[in-house]
Design a binder for this molecule. Sequence first.
Ligand code: NDP
Length: 293
Amino acid sequence: MTDNTVEKQPLTLLGLGAMGTALARAWLAAGHPLTVWNRSPERARPLAAEGASVAGTVAEAVAASRLTVICLLDDASVDEALTGADLTGKDLVDLTTSTPDRARALAVRADGRGARFMDGGIMAVPPMIGAPGSGAHVFYSGSRALFDTHRDTLAVPAATSYVGEDAGFAALHDVALLSAMDGMFAGISHAFALIRKEDIDPVAFAPLLADWLVAMTPSVHTVAAQLADGDYTREVVSSLAMQVAGNATLLRTAEEQGVSAELLTPYMALMERLLADGRGDESTTGVVDLLAR
Ligand code: NDP
């Protein structure tokens, strides 16, 4: 429910794509005076009807508020949009998905133009924005003072998670989680490929797969604890030697089912390198070090 008794901070939003529009609606619904700008002006019209002020240029939009949130397609569109705007004394938050180095470079440039800067990584899809309990959250990093100033406003569309003064850390956390998700999707694809041509209902199989993935996720904490103390034999319940032996069964099954093992083999190759190093009694945590070298 919107609390109308507290004055809501005004802000500006650049970008009204799928994500930008969801963000805009969340701030408008919470009663924040909102100025919007979008390259194609027609996308701003429905929001104007919902109470947003529409700026004709980025310069005008940025001038309208102390805080400007950017949610554009990519780095190039952000650079193009910010050219020519006066950023002196402004607070900039870039939610456009990017890399850590890019976020750090933008922080330096914002500082040179007199602005405080934070980068953000959105861990949500548009329908989760402004929906309490959806699990949506945004990683923020960069100016702690900026975060403290605008914490309540930033918390309107999604929960906030401040991860450090290093402007690159939000993108790093974002991409680390997305990369893990890719690995999970790869595994899901392989699992469905294995049953694809059989008389097995994928809809009946799905909850079995989902429950198994959930049951395995606590291993994240074991990996973290092992990395923290450097003992990769700690709390090992499935040794590397056992898992490498099991890989042969996974590969043979893929062959029997006529399924390509191309998603599995790169990970298995790393496990075999560890085994060849005589680390069979460890967990698979050593893969982290092989990758990070
Ligand atoms: P959309 O493709 O829906 O919208 C892209 C936006 O960028 C539009 O406002 C578009 O303007 C604008 N734009 C593109 N090129 C330029 C340019 N050269 N100059 C100015 N504006 C430009 O993308 P989303 O809204 O979905 O995504 C926006 C950001 O949010 C991305 O970085 C994305 O990675 C991130 N994000 C998106 C998620 C999602 O599920 N959608 C999830 C998490 C993060 P125009 O209307 O004129 O084309």
